[in-house]
Design a binder for this molecule. Structure first.
Ligand code: SAH
Length: 450
């Protein structure tokens, strides 16, 4: 049994689903962050449990062939990235394995897997960032949360974000200091500025600046606005009001101070309106690859009726609208549904309708109305689909289910449930939408098994 402060040489042989390294000592699993398969390290145990231990690499005795020098200075302290220290090909292998392992361990199934689809870019691919603003011992920090904590470390130039975001943060830093703008404290629930929330539409270059505040008005905003106008692509300045003592970033109310309060991107040829509260994939080029794979799995001929459940602003369904007879999208957030309807209009798509409501209830209702889509698309949040919904989907009886997922664990669970409901998993394709982080997207094709 390992004990705290034990020290020994350890070879790293695998990755955890969070992207850390794992090795075995005397048959016991030892987890060590920021290591790579093939590393031989001097491991110091910092926590020992009955079935596993957590170690720290005191020294890398022999580095793995996959190691690279992280380009980002903040890598060790920042909680954002897990894979900045290994080659991208190795990261892709780790992510493929994560999906395969989830199906085996959680779903108890081993379907066919297509090779992972890589991201077009591995840096500066994100189109969205929410920077917490805090003051610690008088020092202003705008950046990211440290690993497993709510301490804000100053972000510097995050390599996952567009360069303009870094420029905008510097404008804010100067404006906050020059105008003595107060900064929010989680301890007291006092102070005005909570988060700086930025979005960029990569296809059009448009940029949205949203300031999340513990109040209703922003003092000296004209000065800020003048500076923001120097940023290429800057389109709109919006306030988001969040007065709650919570770690949820956004409140419900948005007030536009300049511009229309939204930006427009183009995804798979479809114009997409993006407002502060609506969901939009953070890696646009990755999303195109994902949606193209989903369309390939759907195998559309122009004759299909499709149902897009958890549709957000409608982007997956709308990207297929030209190739189907009809499209119904379902989504629980009213603002997202409003945007989905606007997106259909913007693109002159007339064969789509959108329903606001819970996916399970809406699917049940649509079934009672007698709809018979040949293809159902599922794209739930991390927690996956409600069991009720899967039963309803199976009773609607589509030929194909295309399941898009940002969490392999719940995807595997739901695929196993669909197996019991008369569907077979034809193929799963992992898609890397989030290079350098441990997250991986997947899309699965299921068809009727009888
Ligand atoms: N398909 C979209 C959005 C996927 S994210 C895209 O690719 O852009 C998942 C979406 O599910 C979010 O928009 C979220 O608001 C929505 N959602 C969460 N719970 C839901 C529920 N119970 N019923 C319907 N939609 C839900």
């Amino acid at each position: 049994m390992l004990k705290k402060n034990d020290e020994f040489n350890l070879k790293i042989t695998g990755y955890t689903s969070e992207g850390g390294g794992v090795g075995k000592f005397d048959g016991q699993a030892v987890f060590v962050e920021n290591t790579a398969i093939g590393d031989e390290i001097l491991c110091h145990i910092i926590k020992a449990k009955n079935t596993y231990a957590i170690g720290k690499a005191m020294k890398i005795i022999k580095p793995s062939k996959s190691r690279i020098e992280p380009e980002c200075e903040a890598f060790k302290s920042c909680g954002g990235c897990s894979f900045a220290h290994i080659k991208y090909e190795e990261e892709l292998k780790a992510k493929e394995q994560k999906v395969i392992d989830a199906f085996k361990r959680i779903g108890g199934i081993s379907p066919e897997f297509a090779p992972i689809i890589p991201s077009l870019e591995t840096t500066r691919y994100r189109n969205k960032a929410q920077y917490p603003v805090r003051r610690e011992n008088g020092i202003l920090n705008i950046g990211f949360y440290a690993k497993k904590s709510h301490r804000v470390i100053d972000g510097g130039d995050c390599l996952l974000q567009p360069v303009e975001f870094t420029e905008i943060i510097e404008i804010f830093r100067k404006w906050i200091n020059d105008n003595n703008i107060t900064v929010y404290s989680e301890n007291t629930n006092l102070g005005l500025l909570r988060h700086i929330y930025l979005r960029k539409a990569f296809a059009t270059g448009e940029i949205m600046v949203c300031v999340v505040i513990n109040g209703k008005t922003l003092p000296f905003y004209e000065i800020l606005l003048e500076e923001l106008k120097s940023i290429s692509g800057f389109k709109t300045l919006v306030l988001n009001v969040n007065r709650k003592n919570t770690n949820v970033v956004l409140g419900d109310e948005c007030i536009s101070l300049y511009g229309d309060g939204y930006i427009t991107d183009i995804l798979c040829g479809v114009k997409v309106k993006i407002s502060p509260l609506s969901f939009y994939q953070v890696n646009r080029n990755g999303a195109e690859r994902l949606y193209n794979k989903a369309a390939e799995y759907a195998g559309l001929t122009g004759e299909e009726d499709i149902l897009d459940l958890y549709c957000g602003t409608g982007t997956i369904g709308l990207s297929m609208a030209q190739k189907v007879k009809s499209l119904i999208g379902v989504e629980i957030i009213p603002e997202a549904i409003d945007d989905a309807k606007i997106n259909a209009e913007l693109n002159n798509i007339k064969n789509a309708r959108f329903i606001c409501g819970d996916a399970s209830l809406a699917a049940e209702k649509l079934k009672d109305e007698g709809i018979t889509p040949q293809v159902i698309i599922l794209d739930p949040p991390r927690k996956g689909c409600a069991e009720e919904l899967l039963k309803t989907v199976a009773r609607i009886n589509p030929q194909k289910i295309v399941y898009v997922s940002c969490d392999p664990a719940t995807l595997a669970r739901d695929c196993a449930r669909l197996l019991d409901l008369g569907y077979a998993v034809n193929e799963v394709t992992p898609v890397d939408m989030f290079p350098r982080t441990s997250h991986v997207e997947s899309v699965a094709l299921l068809t009727q098994s009888n």
